[in-house]
Write a protein that binds this ligand. Sequence first.
Ligand code: CA
Ligand code: CA
Ligand code: CA
Ligand code: CA
Length: 294
Amino acid sequence: MKKLIGTVAAILVLAAGCVQEPSTELSDSENIQNLLSGSGYAEMTPLEGQGESGGEGKSNGLPEHWWREVNSEGSMEIILENDPAMGVCTVTVVRNLGADFNIDITHDGVINPAIKPISDIRTRRLIVEKMEDDTAPHGGWVLTHITPAEFSLNSGITQEVFIQSMKVYEEDELTWECNSQNTFYSIEDGLPLLEPGTMVRLEVEVLHTNPQYEPAYYVYAHGPCPIWPRHWMNDDGLWGDRFAGDGIYSYEWYVEGSSDHWFIAADIIDADTMLDEEEDDYDSGAWGILALRS
Ligand SMILES: [Ca+2]
Ligand SMILES: [Ca+2]
Ligand SMILES: [Ca+2]
Ligand SMILES: [Ca+2]
């Protein structure tokens, strides 16, 4: 008993010691780290969840089912690209993604997938500006711009599939586009603004550096879509695709107001990954941008 009292007393002394430390103001760097580590604009979706496999299934090599399942996301690594003393700072945010790629290529009406490991790295750049004095939240630092999130392989496998551009049309009018993952968009008025019930079309261009199969890859849209957050995109002149075979893949939908998925992503997966359940060959690339609900 005597020993226990001694321990409690020691803890109290330590706690008192902490309180007596002089309180230090946070540095610009610490304020920016705090601002971004709690911001939905900095975190990046893992593109998990169910969706359409796509097309006619058996005839075009598509699996019966596939989906990603997150295992670990890691914390965000926040890298300042310049001295924040300038009052404006560009920041790179990097976040790992460990996941399972569930793939079921047996068209037997049964969900019987195998798993291929996913090790990805997601990158986004942001601009923060010091708008108010040190007494304001986060020392006056405010997030003003973001780039799309870019998904790249971190598995040691050479990535061969890439997104090249994204275009968002609302009621057939081009309202948002991206031709480089390094383009900054204003948080205030530069993100896709989607009104539930309106018709939206995503068009993307892609690249495969080493095509081995026909088709060489499959392309998917993610967003506030009906039924599933993920849908197959085609270049067959079908379901909203304006021209068959022009290299522009499309998916068109009515914005689903009840969706939880307020981001738009374009996601390409190598046919090599999709055609078997055995090989450790997950190869995919994606761009994703937050969408706002109007
Ligand atoms: Ca099956
Ligand atoms: Ca590949
Ligand atoms: Ca097309
Ligand atoms: Ca393969």
